[in-house]
Design a binder for this molecule. Sequence first.
Ligand code: URA
Length: 190
Amino acid sequence: MSSTLGEVAAEAAGCTKCGLAQGRTQVVFGMGDPSADLMFVGEGPGAEEDKQGLPFVGRSGKLLDRLMAEEIGLARDQCYIANVVKCRPPDNRDPKPEEVAACRPWLERQIQLIAPTVIVTLGNFSSKLLIDTKTGITKLRGQSYPMEGMISVNTVIIPTYHPAAVLRGGGLQEAQMRSDLVRARMAISG
Ligand code: URA
């Protein structure tokens, strides 16, 4: 079994466990501090992420960087950023259940190795997966949830909107996302 995040990333780089492997330019494993207290989990890479091999480098990522700096006081290299699926779904469609299932062990290994204090899930997709619920993000957000079942780290999950939804939705969603990030800051600082 691989023992460092770098080793797991190297293994994942050649992954062909689902059909997304065929359409990708490269695997977007994740980036940041392997011992971060704070981890963000999005949905899956878009076109720019697929090109650069890094998560959240497009417009959504710029917003995430700004809100993270303003509300938590951290830069992206001080936390860890990953996605539920590591390869770009064609035309930015939602990942299929079998793709999520195939990719899940990579996310689980990331969470186990990083063992963050807080995971901020960005949007419906990662929030429902990690909290293990069918409830949507609008109802889920505004509180924190213990990480149960999936893996045995002492981590709380703080769900918030996907930054792409904030870019579309405007003021209220941005204010709510800011307050979720403040909750994350308080949870990190104990
Ligand atoms: N949206 C995501 O969910 N993840 C990315 O990496 C980029 C956009």
